[in-house]
Design a protein around this ligand. Structure first.
Ligand code: ADP
Ligand code: ZN
Length: 222
C-alpha cells in the first residue's frame, strides 16, 4: 500500500499518519522527521538541510529526492508506506511518479487534510514532539498523560525550532500555498484525492479522520 498525506502545516498530518501506521502496519516516511534526525546527529545531510529548514525554506531536490528513494527501498517500507511531507512541489510529484514507475508501484490514495487557517497556526505554536519516537502532542488539544513526557516512550517532549519562530511558520504556510497546493491539483486530475476535514471547533479531530480513511481504503482494496 502506498499513501500520500497532504495538508498545510498543523492540520494533523503527523497524528493521522501515526494512527494509520499503527492500524495498517505500514511505515511512516516523513521527510521532515528524517531531516530532523540528521540534524540532531549532525550528519552531512543534516548540516546542509538545516540551513534551509531553520528558515522555513524547502530543502533542495538534489538532497531530498535521493533521500526519499533510499527510504522507499528500505526493508521497513516493504509492508507499505505513508509519505508525509513529500511531494511538496509539482516537480517532486513528477519525480515521485518516475521513482514509483521504476519500482512497479503506484499511489493508492492521496489524503488531503483540511483545517481552518486560524486553527492551524494555533496548533503549530502549541505542538510538542517526541524527539525519540516522533509522536506528536499538543498542549491544548492532545495533551500527553504526564505533562511534558511522551506517552509512548517516556522521553521528554520538545518544541520544534521552526515552530518557535513566527517567521518560519509564515514562510512555511506561504510555501504551502504557492508550491504545495498545486501538487494537490496534480493529484486531483488523476482522481486519487480523498479530502478529510479536521476542525477542532467542530470536534472533528484526527482520530475521526483516520477512521474514515481506513473505511475508504477498504473500498479501494476491494
Ligand atoms: P512542516 O510541514 O510543518 O513544515 P515537516 O516536518 O514536514 O514540517 O518539514 C520540516 C521542514 O523540512 C520543512 O519546512 C522543509 O524545510 C523541510 N522539508 C520537509 N519535506 C521536504 C520536501 N519534500 N522538500 C523540501 N523540503 C522539505
Ligand atoms: Zn516518544
Amino acid at each position: 500500500m502506498l499513501l500520500v498525506i497532504m495538508g498545510a502545516q498543523g492540520t494533523g498530518k503527523g497524528t493521522v499518519s501515526g494512527i494509520l501506521c499503527d492500524e495498517l502496519g505500514i511505515m511512516q516516511l516523513s521527510t521532515g522527521d528524517i531531516f530532523r534526525k540528521n540534524i540532531k546527529e549532525k550528519t552531512r545531510l543534516g548540516i546542509e538541510a538545516d540551513k534551509y529548514i531553520s528558515q522555513g525554506q524547502l530543502v533542495p531536490d538534489e538532497i531530498t529526492v535521493p533521500m526519499v528513494a533510499e527510504a522507499l527501498d528500505s526493508d521497513e517500507a516493504k509492508a507499505g508506506v505513508i509519505l508525509d511531507g513529500f511531494p511538496r512541489t509539482t516537480e517532486q510529484a513528477k519525480q515521485l511518479d518516475e521513482m514509483l514507475k521504476q519500482r512497479n508501484k503506484e499511489i493508492d490514495m492521496v489524503i488531503n487534510l483540511i483545517s481552518p487557517r486560524e486553527e492551524i497556526i494555533d496548533r503549530m505554536i502549541t505542538r510538542r514532539v517526541c524527539p525519540n519516537c516522533k509522536a506528536t502532542f499538543n498542549i491544548k488539544i492532545n495533551k500527553p498523560k504526564v505533562e511534558g513526557i511522551c506517552d509512548k516512550c517516556g522521553t521528554k517532549l520538545t518544541q520544534r525550532e521552526d515552530d518557535k519562530s513566527e517567521e518560519a511558520i509564515n514562510n512555511r504556510l506561504e510555501i504551502y500555498d504557492t508550491q504545495t497546493a498545486p501538487v494537490l491539483k496534480y493529484y486531483e486530475e488523476k482522481g486519487i484525492v480523498q479530502n478529510e476535514e479536521i476542525t477542532i471547533s467542530k470536534n472533528r479531530l484526527a482520530d475521526k479522520a483516520a477512521k474514515h480513511i481506513i473505511e475508504m481504503l477498504k473500498d479501494v482494496e476491494k
